[in-house]
Design a protein around this ligand. Sequence first.
Ligand code: ZN
Length: 207
Amino acid sequence: MKIICIGRNYVDHAQELDNAIPSRPLIFLKPESSILRKGRPFSIPTWSQEIHHEIEVVLRIGRPGKSIPKTEALDYFTEVGLGIDFTARDLQSELKAYGHPWERAKAFDDSAVIGDFVSIDCLKTSIDNLPFELRNHGTVLQEGNTSNMIFSFAELIAEITTFLTLEEGDLIFTGTPAGVGPVKDGDLLEGFLDGQSLLQLEISKFQ
Ligand code: ZN
């Protein structure tokens, strides 16, 4: 399986990092080895001074597809969840300055945190108006709503599959809203989607 991530899909987040609003989705990958095993804490690696949390709505692909038209894209997933796209912001800024690929800052071990998934049929809200948030010890760090995405789920799936085959079990991280920031030892993160707690994560110091 693979993890496909979307950068800058919320205007308020693109602006907080001084990035331009993209005219088409910005797409990058994380490898399967970047997934943090469920129930394990996240250990801040020694080689970064600035690991940022990015809470994101995650789609789990239910069947394979290529060149999927927008009008059929919603048939390719039946579950949504939450993930954290951990990012070594200090390294990423360096890499961006040189125009280098982002993998060192985005694809490292444990950088993909995945919470529980819920069936779309069980949601109270339609998927294009889903509220989600990330809290630390109960304090809200990031708040988003899928209605504020620049590119909708259907548009993302259509765009991704112009050049990549989606396989069953692939995950799509659909972008983070404003409020990204550094994590520290002792943080206790919790992610909510549509009012449900789907992700809990402890942050500890060293690897
Ligand atoms: Zn992200």
